[in-house]
Design a protein around this ligand. Sequence first.
Ligand code: T3D
Length: 260
Amino acid sequence: MFETLLISDENRVRTITFNRPDELNAVNAAMAGELVAALKEAAKDAGVRCLVLTGAGRGFCAGQDLKAVGRRSGEFDFSKTLRETYNRIVTAIRTMEKPVIASVNGVAAGAGWSLALACDLRVASSQAKFVTAFGKIGLVPDAGMTFALPRLVGPARSLEITWLGEPISAERALELGLVNRIEEPDNLASAVLTLAESLARCAPRSLALTKRAINASLGNDLPTQLDYEAQLQGIAGVTKDYAEGVAAFVEKRAPEFTGE
Ligand code: T3D
């Protein structure tokens, strides 16, 4: 269906695989457009309870396709392109009402790292590395990197990482809180699927509203956040899944959540 992406579904988990392995899955115009469409589809498909993003071959994603840069015609409008591509992709991931996991199978560079940072959780291969790349080619970090990094590691480390552009190993990324878990390369896909399946068994509205609450908390003061929690609990507390969760507890059985 897509030229640059592979899509697979297993146990209510959708996996989108960036599929330009010869370029370490660098993003060209076709891939950016297809990613916007694939994220939209995943968001509206009620059968998809968790989404995984990963890369084919030895890379996760090397950011903008630099080989395509030379083929650009006329005066290139960076701002317009970013607004119409990466900004839409990052917004789609951040606002998706289901968990999105980056399964970082190899190098994540430039906007490719930004895409991983936009995800809710990151599981990295022990062989993965993270490279800001922007500074080396005279650009500014984009695709949400300057939003995500300070929230994960604070402003001073964010500047150190983006200014110096030194590659960060998976192990260091784990120490810094840039990834949630590390897996051996051969085990990465199955470990991520197991994690995604656990999330897919949870109550979908509970996961979605929790994502909203955690995202909102970073811009809220305590009274606002407490009120927001009360508002969201007002929604969760009248779902069939809440009734099912309580019934399953009392009956000592596993809940069957439907998303209603
Ligand atoms: O322009 C706009 O629209 C604005 C948006 C900008 C957003 C951005 O993402 S800017 C940042 C762009 N990305 C980079 O600058 C990263 C460039 N790549 C690298 O620095 C290195 O390739 C890596 C650190 C990612 C990996 O290094 P390594 O040694 O593991 O692999 P390699 O040998 O450099 O690359 C392997 C192949 O992938 C190679 O192809 P070849 O020579 O075997 O035919 C290489 O050219 C290709 N490749 C890697 N990155 C890109 C790429 N091809 C196109 N675009 C790339 N970004």
